[in-house]
Design a protein around this ligand. Structure first.
Ligand code: NOJ
Ligand code: CA
Length: 588
């Protein structure tokens, strides 16, 4: 690794709004740090690790759900929106966490899950209690399809499939109706058409914002408005199931989101908001994040992580070099200077990025840092998922019993076999949920006991302790990227321009603002490639670019390889090694 911190501006860039030069870190509380020996991460554990996050340079910590929950979907099934689940701690511990984070200059963002609740939420319990309950209409209850035996296959009110596979409807024999659940059976969908539901949600959001929370990551928000009349869906569009077009981007979605903004965020200026939208295209994303529309600051989209899943989520195909970056480029170009991107490669629903998009066996360090460089310096707010900053790999899933995720377990159940299909082993959400690897001890420093989900064997080599003081580590490289984001004006406000380097695997882009310029070059493949700039870009290439950061070491010589005899720092036209990444600055 090559780094020249002396090239960076000395002062923090004062971004407006503040989150434009912020770096977000996602904590999956279950797997971050256990402190009471039950094998499950907790709030006390997050508090203990806040110094680590501050040291990394993190500005915003998004914490996946910690509300009271029966944990059918690891907390994305909430039974009390105004309490902390005893698994994680209590409200007092939460307040202590927020206050410590604020002392360290970091903000805390909660996950807001309001498309659905848990079946154990008192609203649902009341709604289910009788067909004429006062809260019946808070959820979607429908009669069985005429002509079918209630509860038998085919009697579901529509043909919609849940995101986790199988029908999106569950029969309730006691009232003779079905309720809708776009996710697991234990996650009934709230009826957003009902103004009382919306009032209750906004009131709860304000309760947290008043308590000191700095914003929300809003779960599955593009499916809250369903097509009136709940029609049957057409053919499935993998990786989504049947009916997706009947509930994604529904007719009242933006009306609801503008109302939400008006009733909550507008009264808490400066709060941070990111929506999660599985269906968004760059064009529709602007509807959510154009500031004039007063909805969200930014959007978590899925197009790049859903690449190659045309045959289904658990049948991924190989991606060609350049495929990932072409999609990201389209998002950059379309959102332009009007919208704002949430930049990410990983989260608790995705496999580890080095395993999915890189080459962990031959080029673990190189591909982890190359992928980081490729996404982190684009226009938008970069998100880091816990463990990504040390190049964590996925889990070792050999039998059905190794899975904990409701989606993977239901898939294995439907399959009826014990042998784990390769596509599930590589794509299961559990890949992103293994314990944070702090050190090389048996439970990776995550817990003193057996963790709720196995620690991958790779933890012995890949852990924070091994990388913290290593000047050549992935962790050190991430720190260098974060520092750059905080001080370089072009990385916040600059335009994004993709530059053609003649090879699809070479991802080259320039960020430009008045007086501030960055050129990013990444080889997204395991082959050597020589950048060739077109005549229109020759002048750009001959500017006095100076290398701030690179993931190769000039003293590293591999004799079987002609390109590796380079002994000086690479210029913009130097041939690129496998997964090589470089960040150049124009300085006066
Ligand atoms: C998206 C969340 O990220 C995921 O983990 C969850 O299962 C679904 N929404 C349902 O809440
Ligand atoms: Ca614990």
């Amino acid at each position: 690794m090559i780094i020249h911190p002396e090239l960076l501006p000395g002062n923090l860039y004062a971004a407006r709004p503040w989150w434009k030069n912020a770096v977000l870190y996602q904590v999956y509380p279950r797997s971050f740090q256990d402190t009471n020996g039950d094998g499950i991460g907790d709030l006390e554990g997050i508090i203990r690790r806040l110094d680590y996050l501050a040291g990394l340079g993190v500005d915003i910590v998004w914490i996946s759900p910690i509300y009271r929950s029966p944990q059918a979907d690891n907390g994305y099934d909430i039974s009390d929106y105004r309490d902390i689940d005893p698994l994680f701690g209590d409200l007092e511990a939460f307040d202590a966490l927020v206050s410590r984070a604020h002392d360290l200059g970091m903000r805390i963002v909660m996950d807001l899950v309001v498309n659905h609740t848990s079946i154990e939420h008192p609203w649902f319990v009341e709604s289910a209690s009788s067909a004429c309950s006062a809260r019946r209409d808070w959820y979607y209850w429908r009669d069985p399809r005429p002509g079918f035996t209630p509860g038998a296959p085919g009697a579901e009110p529509t043909n919609w499939e849940s995101f986790f596979g199988g029908p999106a409807w569950e029969y309730d024999a006691s009232t003779g109706q079905y309720y809708l659940h776009l996710f697991a059976r234990a996650q009934p969908d709230l009826n957003w058409e009902n103004p009382q539901v919306r009032d209750a949600v906004y009131e709860m959001m304000n309760w947290w914002l008043d308590r000191g929370v700095d914003g929300f990551r809003v779960d599955a928000i593009d499916v809250i408005s369903k097509q009136p009349g709940l029609p049957d869906g057409g053919p499935a569009r993998p990786p989504f199931g049947i009916g997706h077009e009947c509930f994604a981007d529904g007719p009242r979605l933006h009306e609801f989101l503008q109302e939400m903004h008006e009733r909550t965020f507008a009264h808490h200026p400066g709060s941070f908001t990111v929506g999660e939208a599985s269906n968004a295209s760059p064009e529709t994303a602007l509807l959510f994040c154009d500031p004039k529309r007063r909805e969200f600051n930014m959007l978590i989209q899925f197009e790049h992580v859903n690449l190659g899943l045309e045959n289904g989520k658990f049948s991924p195909r190989h991606l060609a070099p350049g495929e990932l970056t072409d999609v990201l480029t389209r998002w950059q170009d379309t959102l332009g200077t009007r919208g704002w991107n949430a930049l990410y490669l990983e989260n608790h629903d995705q496999p580890r990025s080095v395993s999915r998009f890189g080459d962990p066996s031959r080029y673990w360090y190189e591909s982890a840092t190359a992928l980081a460089t490729a996404y982190f310096l684009q226009r938008g707010t970069p998100f880091i998922y816990q463990g990504q900053e040390i190049g964590m790999l996925g889990g070792d899933f050999k039998t059905a019993a190794d899975f904990r995720d409701v989606e993977s377990m239901s898939y294995m159940e439907r399959l009826g076999a014990d042998e784990v299909p390769e596509g599930l082993a590589t794509m299961s959400r559990d890949n992103g949920r293994t314990p944070m690897q702090w050190d090389s001890s048996p439970a990776a420093g995550f817990s003193e006991t057996v963790p709720w989900i196995d620690v991958p064997a790779s933890a012995e080599q890949i852990n924070v302790a091994a990388q913290a003081d290593d000047p050549q580590s992935i962790l050190t490289y991430y720190r260098a990227l974060i520092s750059a984001r905080h001080v370089i004006p072009a990385l916040t406000d600059g335009t994004f321009t993709r530059i053609d380097a003649s090879v699809p695997a070479l991802f080259v882009y320039r960020r430009s603002a008045p007086g501030s310029d960055v050129l990013v070059m990444v080889n997204m493949s395991g082959e050597h490639h020589t950048p060739l700039f077109s005549s229109g870009d020759e002048a750009m290439a001959s500017l006095p670019w100076r290398l701030y950061l690179g993931n190769t070491d000039t003293s590293f010589v591999k004799t079987d390889d002609a390109f590796d005899h380079i002994q000086s720092e690479p210029t913009v036209t130097t041939p690129m090694r496998p997964w090589e990444a470089r960040v150049y600055l124009l300085t006066d």
